[in-house]
Structure formats: structure tokens, C-alpha cells
Design a protein around this ligand. Sequence first.
Ligand code: CA
Length: 229
Amino acid sequence: MRILLVEDEPDLGALLQRTLSREKYLVDWVQDGLVAWDYLEQQWAEYSVAVLDWLLPGLSGIELCQRLRQKRCALPVLMLTAKDQRSDLVLGLDAGADDYLVKPFVKTELLARLRALQRRSPSFQPQHIQIGRLVLDYAISGIATMNNSGQRQSIPLTASEFRLLEYMMKHPNQTLSRDQLLTQLWETDAEPISNVVSARIRLLRRKLADCGCAAMIETVHGFGYRLVG
Ligand code: CA
């Protein structure tokens, strides 16, 4: 199991690296937020967990976490923080952190939290989905690509179009009901707009049509839609 450790205090970083290595983790330790982002951007899928200090030079732990989530990267994140005020912790969790540990902490607690996060690790998830010539790459947020005779054509997508297309590509050749697709487009506590699914499908089809693939999304009258591969 490989861990990215981002901690700018040399003594604490060295101690954590020793501790984790002794527990048979592979540890990449960096001390700067911008360097950490280079690692995450290029090889986040290599890691089981990222341990991010809150205050860092370059980019803060919170900014790193936000960037990861903006890229729809589900790598589990444990934030380390000396701040124990409730509002700060909420800020960290809102940014997409999965758990946090307030300094100073004991080794056994850190290890227990890491084990819990590892169980939720997405390292088994694919880095991209491909149906026919259509590719959705998780490393490139907001864009699908169509391979047309060796030429890669980009299809820019909004966040909801991305979620909708991702869901349909994970269920190829299956008829999906409008209700089922609606849950992919809306947060559970938001009020859905009527016809949102058909409106989004129409936009997606138009974008696929620009690449000559409008027929990939079929309408199943009175029920829903199907993505054919
Ligand atoms: Ca720090």
C-alpha cells in the first residue's frame, strides 16, 4: 500500500515516514503543496490514501483536497491539523477530506484511521471507461473523447453531463429509466426540475452528434434511455 504524506514540519514528517514504513506502507513524503500536487496529478491512482497537513507552503492541504475532488478523484484523504475548532474541521470535510486527525495524535490512532480509509480506497477503480469509440478519462475532468480513425476529438461536458454519461457508460446496452438517471443528476436534497433528464440527454446527443455518434443514445419510449456500444 502506497501513501502520499504531505507534511512540512521536518521532524514530524520524518517520524511519520519511519512509523508508516515500519508498518509496511510505501511512503512518498513531500513537504510542499505544489510538489504534492505534481505527485497527485500524475499518479494519484498509485496511492491508497493521501495524508495532508493543513498548513503547507505552496498549496494548503485544503486546496489540494479541493483540486482532487474537482478532478473527480476519489482518493481517500486524511487531513492533519493543529486547528481543533469546529468550523475549521467542517471546512476540511466540505473540501472533500474523508477524515481528520488533530495534532498531537498518537501513532495507534493514525494507523487505525488509515486502515479504515484503506478499506474505502478506490485503487481498484478503473482510470477510464471506454464504450466503442467513446472514452471517459477520470484524469481529465469535464471532457470525454471520441476516437475517430486515430484522431481524438474532445467533447466538453458540464458536471451533470459528465455524471450522466459516466453512469450510462457504466451500464452499457441497458435500458435506464428516467428516475434512475435523475438520481445521477441531482443531489438527494435538491428539488429536481421536470424534464431535466430529457433536456440533458438532448444536449449530450447533440455533443455526440458533433463527433458523428448521435445514435449511441437510444430512446426507449415511455421508459428511458440506453447507451449502445
Ligand atoms: Ca504545516
